[in-house]
Design a protein around this ligand. Structure first.
Ligand code: NAD
Length: 495
């Protein structure tokens, strides 16, 4: 774990003006324009990034295509790709302190969480796909004896990666690592408010021996650089994590351009369902509070709807309130803070807008609802709980992506299932019960990519992550993710 001394030394590092990473080089943007990077810790600017444009994206895509065609990576042996990616994982681990603090200055996640979720988990992901890639075989089809049907697995070509600001390095690695391991070349468009760690990753990849042009990073605004990547005629696939509206745009861009594949991981409104026979209500309350409030609720799988069985409602709410009020909101670079900053002033305003609307619609504010630590200039928000939330309210239907929990009451299992499945989303969920049959019935009944039982959160690179319904499609993580970046080609050979 990172020490407070290490954090305090790194938090003052000069970052300055960043450049693009294209064809193995740090380059200025074509237009010369830049974007100021403001830290949500204190609201002060501490770096700038290139405000890229379509011409920068085009340069990056050309460099990726050139690298793909010269075969230095795409036609290299799996053993070589494994060696380079393993080296990259080692370098990410070696620079974990630096990457973690850099990322927190950018997006405000509490350092304890950021350290594990960003550099360490990204390194683990890169190592996982590095180790996997020389164990993926083609197939021989069971055809008639006079034919040999071979199924080859080939890289797609140029893959565009677009990620959000909550965990850019971790989510970026979920896409970049399998895409590279499979032999593709990649152009990354980081989130404009948290680009720094992905730029650093590209430098480390070059140091690890990744050939020039195989991994490129173009910073800039989503509506400009993201759109240019989505519309580019020479990009074969886009792997995206972010909001539903932008996901829809990417599908449109694909339709308007070259029909590139689009893989979408979108938002959620995940139900956390507590039955009266939950094994340990107190522990369930502590885990549930963390399940919504960690990283200020800016977690795609956050349990933002709490469904409580009526007979334990009051007891659970007492435990939940005491677990929530114990959480310390503060400087994300202080190891004693449980919750850091909201990623930006704009996101904080959006969260407070949800609070206002929930009150106007008749939900009862139990705790929180306000900005904290305004004197720091940073964006901090109190963990917020509303009860008496009904199905019709905005808070029951729309993703806040902030530290706001809506609580609802249910009587029967059927009612819990109905409420759980009542949004357009289907990302995560949880069920707390001591009854094995209830647990298994709920796992089958809930429409979601994951159903946690007697816990909330908890994941591993070995299991897929992703949603159903309007939470998207195309799983990240696990060996299944490799399929997104590999094409099947048949050789039909008459014998
Ligand atoms: P966002 O959709 O606003 O932005 C995501 C990325 O898309 C950013 O890099 C942004 O620059 C880019 N972008 C914006 N406009 C674009 C356009 N017109 N064309 C192409 N790219 C464009 O999302 P956000 O606010 O950064 O992140 C929050 C959202 O991400 C939430 O909805 C959250 O649930 C979701 N999320 C999902 C997962 C998951 O695994 N399912 C994980 C984390 C976050």
């Amino acid at each position: 774990m990172i020490s407070q001394n290490a954090i305090d030394a790194l938090r003052k590092t000069e970052i300055g003006a960043q450049r693009l990473f294209i064809d193995g080089l740090q380059l200025d943007g074509m237009s010369g324009a830049s974007l100021m990077v403001t830290s949500p810790i204190d609201g002060r600017p501490f770096a700038s990034i290139v405000d890229g444009n379509a011409a920068d994206i085009d340069r990056a895509v050309r460099s990726a295509r050139k690298a793909f065609e010269n075969g230095s990576w795409s036609s290299s042996t799996p053993a070589f790709r494994k060696k380079v990616l393993t080296k990259l994982a080692e370098l990410v681990e070696k620079h974990a302190d630096e990457l973690a603090v850099l990322g927190v200055r950018d997006n405000g996640t509490e350092i304890g969480m950021a350290y594990k979720a960003e550099p360490l988990s990204a390194a683990g992901t890169i190592r996982y796909y590095a180790e996997a890639i020389d164990k993926i075989y083609g197939e021989i089809a069971p055809t008639a004896d006079n034919v040999l049907g071979l199924i080859h697995k080939e890289p797609l070509g140029v893959v565009g990666v677009i990620v959000p600001w909550n965990f850019p390095l971790m989510i970026g690695a979920w896409k970049i690592a399998p895409a590279l391991a499979a032999g593709n070349c990649v152009v990354v468009k980081p989130p404009e408010i948290a680009s720094l760690t992905l730029l650093r990753l590209a430098e480390l990849a070059s140091e690890a021996g990744l050939p020039a042009g195989v991994l490129n990073v173009v910073t800039g605004r989503g509506a400009v650089t993201g759109e240019a990547l989505g519309l580019h005629m020479d990009v074969d696939a886009i792997a995206f994590t972010g909001s539903g509206p932008v996901g829809r745009r990417l599908l449109e861009y694909s339709a308007r351009s070259n029909l590139k594949r689009v893989f979408l991981e979108l938002g959620g409104k995940s139900p956390n369902i507590v039955f009266a026979d939950a094994p340990d209500l107190k522990q369930a309350a502590v885990v549930s509070a963390n399940g919504i409030f960690r990283n200020s609720g800016q977690v795609c799988v956050a349990g933002s709807r709490l469904l409580l069985q009526a007979s334990v409602y009051d007891r659970f709410m007492d435990e939940l309130l005491s677990a929530t009020t114990r959480l310390k909101v503060g400087d994300p670079l202080d190891l004693s803070s449980d919750i850091g900053a909201v990623s930006s002033a704009g996101q904080l305003d959006k969260n407070l807008g949800f609070v206002e609307r929930a009150q106007a619609e008749g939900a009862r504010l139990v705790t929180g609802g306000e900005r904290l630590l305004a004197e720091t200039g940073g964006s901090y928000m109190a963990p917020t709980i509303f009860e008496n939330v009904t199905q019709e309210m905005q808070l029951a239907r729309e993703e806040v992506f902030g530290p706001v929990l809506g609580v609802m009451r249910f009587e029967t299992e059927e009612e819990a299932v109905r409420l759980a499945n009542s949004t357009v989303y289907g990302l995560a969920s949880a069920v707390w019960t001591a009854n094995l049959s209830t647990a298994h019935r709920m796992v089958r009944a809930i429409n979601a990519g994951v159903v946690h039982v007697n816990t909330y959160g908890g994941a591993d690179i070995t299991v897929p992550l992703g949603g159903v319904k309007q939470s998207g499609f195309g799983r990240d993580k696990s060996l299944h993710a490799l399929d997104k970046y590999l094409d099947l080609k048949t050789a039909w050979i008459a014998l």
